[in-house]
Design a protein around this ligand. Structure first.
Ligand code: ACO
Length: 422
């Protein structure tokens, strides 16, 4: 339930709400979460149904335009997005100019803001009071952003492993093309394994939107200034870059690696209960029951292992979950696996943290490769949610974000000349 803040304004009051924990800053029809019941819906559809029946691009259409597309609409949509996968040659040069070991998320964040300079009409078209009148222009930016983000991500990946960038292949599906550009998980003729491509596509669906998380709030905040969507996406991606937001799956993976074997779980759990450690990938600010995305990811992990070979991390994770969910400490605090508990294991199984050929690393490159590509995968998926919020906000403009602060600095004081300061 919400109280309209207008009433506080009339009374000359404001609320101190550290970190906006209890403040709704917009109305939205995009995603719905019931944290107590473990429900996540996009535009009214259960996440489980979308993960089972839909594709990432279809879900992106749903998130952005509000309804599932007809067959014809989907075909046009997919064609349009895939036609925008190529990036300007100068942007390629820009990416190439980064240090050989540049963090891929830094590269993607920078390239997103650089895109603003390659498509300046997006800025001028979206300014002024009538920002939503030119729908064609708005849609074009959506095609561009969705189409180009995987290409930027793939360039950052190829850069990190010191190999030439690949050009997109538009005959492939969205996620298959992404894997093709990475040159990962390939079967014959460099075509990605269809089952693994589908697994990643579902992971993208699960990460596509999650109401007003920190990066989406950043997207909306920047949108309120009227700046173009590339800059907004760059700001959102920068927020996602933070380890507390896009990096928890890496922390969960490291924790499982550190535990090392099933026998070490009980002593690890004791450390958690003694508050010496946190069980990473467990607990959530909103979900006070099982995160529905974690359940789906657990099943996907089995599918991926069936193809890529099982590693013992999944056994540790499953046993850790079993022990934790039957322990009073975790039950009392409503601590369940969240989306990050299984995603890192899946990415590792797919080979994202390691060099293409881990046995023959390139000179000067760390082995195995760090897990810094994880947030980039998150960024590709979340781009569709960010764009949905951008689109919704263009239709229902809100005033420029200007939260209040509670000032607690010094009282007014006289300026003291530097010669007299002690
Ligand atoms: N391991 C052990 N204990 C935990 C954990 C955990 N992962 N999470 C919460 N607790 C305990 C706290 O110690 C606290 O115990 P107390 O009442 O005895 O003091 C109680 O549960 C409540 O904890 P809060 O920190 O108040 O819960 P909050 O909802 O603020 O925290 C958070 C949510 C930050 C996600 C937390 O659960 C956590 O740190 N989890 C591990 C990191 C993680 O997996 N983050 C990814 C979240 S999903 C995402 O961002 C995409």
């Amino acid at each position: 339930d919400t109280i309209d803040a207008g009433i506080f304004a009339q009374l000359g009051l404001s609320i101190y709400d550290n970190g906006y924990l209890n403040t709704a800053v917009c109305r939205s029809s995009i995603s719905y979460i019931d944290g107590d019941k473990g429900i996540l819906r996009y535009r009214g559809y259960e996440i489980e149904d979308l993960a089972k029946h839909s594709s990432f691009l279809e879900v992106s259409y749903l998130l952005i335009f509000g309804d599932l597309p007809t067959r014809e609409q989907l075909q046009v949509w997919e064609t349009r997005v895939m036609r925008h996968t190529f990036i300007h040659e100068n942007l390629v040069e820009y990416l190439k100019s980064f240090r050989y070991d540049a963090h891929p998320m830094g590269m993607v964040t920078s390239a997103l803001s650089a895109m603003s300079t390659f498509h300046p009409e997006a800025n001028t078209a979206l300014q002024g009071e009538h920002i939503y009148e030119d729908e064609t222009m708005v849609n074009k930016q959506i095609f561009r952003c969705l189409g180009k983000v995987p290409t930027l991500a793939a360039c950052a990946y190829r850069h990190r492993i010191g190999r030439p960038y690949n050009t997109p292949s538009n005959e492939l599906g969205y996620t298959e093309n992404f894997l093709y550009m990475l040159d990962r998980l390939s079967e014959n003729n460099y075509l990605p394994n269809a089952k693994l491509a589908r697994a990643l596509d579902v992971i993208f669906i699960l990460h596509a939107d999650h109401e007003l998380n920190c990066s989406t709030a950043a997207m909306r905040q920047m949108t309120s200034t009227g700046v173009d969507p590339f800059i907004c996406l760059s700001g959102a991606a920068a927020a996602l870059y933070g380890p507390s937001h896009g990096g928890a799956n890496e922390a969960a993976l490291k924790m499982l690696e550190e535990i090392g074997s099933v026998e070490n779980i009980p002593s690890f759990i004791e450390d958690v209960k003694a508050k010496k450690r946190r069980l990473m990938g467990f607990g959530h600010r909103v979900y006070k029951s099982y995160d529905p995305r974690a359940k789906i990811l657990k099943n996907i992990s089995e599918e991926v292992f069936a193809i890529m070979g099982r590693n013992n991390l999944i056994d540790i994770a499953v046993e850790l979950e079993r022990i934790a969910l039957s322990d009073e400490y975790f039950i009392k605090r409503n601590l369940y696996p969240n989306v990050d508990f299984y995603s890192g294991i899946i990415y590792k199984a797919m080979g994202f943290p390691v060099c293409l050929d881990a046995k023959k690393p390139f000179p000067g490159f760390p082995t195995p490769f760090p897990t810094d590509f994880f947030p980039v995968l998150f960024c590709i998926a979340r781009t569709s949610g960010w764009l949905a919020h951008w689109h919704e906000q263009l239709q229902n403009p809100i005033p420029i974000f200007r939260p209040k602060q509670a000032y607690e600095g010094p009282e007014p004081r006289k300026y003291v000349d530097i010669s007299q300061r002690t």
